[in-house]
Write a protein that binds this ligand. Structure first.
Ligand SMILES: [Zn+2]
Length: 324
């Protein structure tokens, strides 16, 4: 798969941010299919040919992204798509087209087999045959990185570097933070797999947020008088929050490790808005067991792009450019 090289918004910014989208959006690649094309006799033949072919060879649903006619600038001829090569033979086409359209020849041409999902695919597809393209600006801005401003990148960088520092100071434990839409850090937490095997960092974070809202399983509201619950491992940075909020609705999570399937599902159910995780995990030579297992739930399985899930969230890989 030929990946898109994401635009570097500013070379001075100390992080690279790469969005993870469904495969069809992330690639420049396009697939091709062969079709029969008739070379029309002259320009006047175009309209009658389109009308005739609408009855004789209606364009199949999977090719409606293609414009029916193109002007071949190299040969200065007008060409019209008849049908897919695999669907019929030259003899049958010639019989059907006789006395219906004015054409000089038939040929086989490779055309894009599906609609373009991004601008890069559109440009590539258009070189083969004219295609319809309705650009999804939100997708484009995620792909080229322009949906996150320079200022926000600096803030994301400082939050992530703080988590990396905490991780290194705490035996390379996974660390994470939940942050509101104004970049206020609400809670910070490390994993607690030494206490319970399911206490991965994201699960602790969700539970901490839940405790602020009167819930919580491992953390209870009674414990919050002291904002440092587990020493440096679980911190409530502010109790100033919307009491009617539902878990992580509208919040972002920052993680030093890609969340596993369990934690990704937990974050999905918590209604998280965006996940930022470190692309290159911090190497530990002393810790025997990691928090989240390395199951690549987001970067390879792309769980968040599954059409059957009932909440959408963005996922970004964060690469710190300079060593911490
Ligand atoms: Zn996990």
């Amino acid at each position: 798969m030929e990946s898109i090289t994401f635009k570097d918004v500013d070379s001075n910014v100390p992080i690279d941010l790469n969005v993870i989208l469904a495969d069809q959006y992330e690639t420049r690649d396009i697939h091709k299919v062969k079709v029969f094309v008739a070379i029309l006799k002259d320009k006047k033949s175009i309209s009658p040919a389109i009308r005739s072919l609408a009855k004789l060879f209606p364009i199949p649903k999977d090719l409606i992204h293609l414009k029916r006619v193109r002007n071949n600038q190299q040969s200065d001829t007008n060409e019209i798509i008849i049908c897919k090569e695999c669907e019929t033979s030259v003899d049958q086409i010639e019989r059907k087209l006789a006395n219906s359209i004015d054409y000089t020849d038939l040929k086989i041409v490779s055309v894009p087999n599906g609609p373009p999902f991004n601008r890069w695919q559109f440009e590539k597809a258009s070189k083969l045959w004219p295609v319809n393209f309705f650009e999804n600006k939100e997708i484009t801005q995620r792909l080229d990185g322009t949906c996150i401003s320079l200022n926000d990148r600096w803030t994301i960088d400082s939050i992530m570097r703080d988590l990396v520092k905490r991780s290194m100071e705490n035996n390379y434990r996974d660390f994470g933070a939940i942050v509101d839409s104004n970049f206020n850090v609400l809670v910070i937490c490390g994993d607690h797999i030494d206490r319970h095997p399911l206490r991965h960092c994201p699960m602790n974070l969700i539970d901490l947020i839940s405790s602020l809202q009167g819930g919580g399983s491992w953390y209870k509201k009674d414990n919050q008088e002291n904002q440092s619950i587990d020493g440096p491992l679980s911190l409530i940075m502010t109790t100033d929050h919307d009491p009617d909020a539902y878990l992580c609705t509208g919040y972002d999570v920052y993680l030093t490790r890609e969340p596993c399937i369990m934690c990704s599902m937990g974050l999905l159910h918590s209604r998280i808005k965006r996940i930022f995780f470190l692309e290159e995990q911090i190497k530990s030579t002393t810790r025997l067991k990691d928090g989240c297992p390395n199951d690549l739930a987001l970067s390879r399985m792309k769980l968040h792009t599954n059409p059957d899930i009932n909440h959408r969230f963005d996922v970004w890989r964060v690469k710190l450019k300079n060593d911490c």
